[in-house]
Write a protein that binds this ligand. Sequence first.
Ligand code: F6P
Length: 369
Amino acid sequence: MKRLNIKRIAINTGGGDAPGLNAVIRSVVVSSVNRGWECYGIRDGYNGLLEPKKYPEGGLIPLPRSKVRGITHLGGTILGTTNKGNPLKWPAKGKGGKLIEIDRSDELIKAFRKNKIDALVAIGGDGSLGIANVLSQKGLCVVGVPKTIDNDLDKTVITFGFDTAVSFATACIDRLHSTAEAHQRIMVVEVMGRYAGWIALECGVSGTADAILIPEIPYDIHKVARKMEERWKCGANFSIVVVAEGAKPKGGTCSVVSKEIGRAEKLGGAGERVAKELQEMTGKETRCVVLGHLLRGGTPTTFDRLISLRFGAAAVRALSEGQSGIMVALDPPTVRYIPLIEATNRMKTVPTDCDIIMTARDLGICFGE
Ligand code: F6P
């Protein structure tokens, strides 16, 4: 492995924000500064390099030690992020003004060279790390850090951000129990997670939901309604149903709000759909609560802070060892390096025979099967 003589690195945060991003940034900066490297942050994904004129204060900002002081516990990202700035699928006007997607990755590589950046730490989910993989294949030295509240990245036991999202969702379900019982209602809670049901499953089991609907197990709403009715018959006059935003009925599709050029499809409405049908079928008053972006905000849990700091330091160690084209991954008790291509090859969805699903079934939680 050829060791690079690194002098200057860049960090970027791409896709939806997740609690722990600032902890990773701090860890990368401090570990780099301690090696005598200079750090720069790219604003809003890659926009700071691709659209520098939009940033009068600079699209590439210096990150000295002082800039990352006191940020470990803060949500969001001091660099900004976007899920509209994919350099491989950049929205542009084609013939006749039609919106098309163009590939600006060569331009981006040139921008890195022009700014004398020797290596990049790309912090992102499947989309962002897919982009990082292409940049690495085009010759840029890149190390990825697995971020997403959805926990749908392969080859790492967990992504940072997930624990905070699930802990908050569980706390919300705890609160919904008392109001559901007081009003004798069905409370439907919709949580994020895209096409993977990790958040719904883990907060649903921990929050003792009565039904959990996840994308991996298409549901039959009649079975869910029957479960609610059985509860009423045995004296439990309320129910909690957790619905993943990507949940879909058997033979149906998930609820999509919009599909735009240059960005991932926007999901929404799954909870409302389930709530409406349950109210019609059971005659019980039903309310839907969408937790949405609340899951992405706030202070990272201790677990997320620690893995974020570990991932950041491991990314810098990887670069100093001459690694590139890899992602740091949690494989307890250690952090390993995984080829970026392996991490982004497939989405990590919930295996329907996993222990958490078996536990849920043993506890009588309904999946609408
Ligand atoms: O990937 C993280 C995530 O929060 C998903 O759970 C959700 O579907 C999506 O991002 C929402 O994205 P946006 O911020 O564009 O609404």
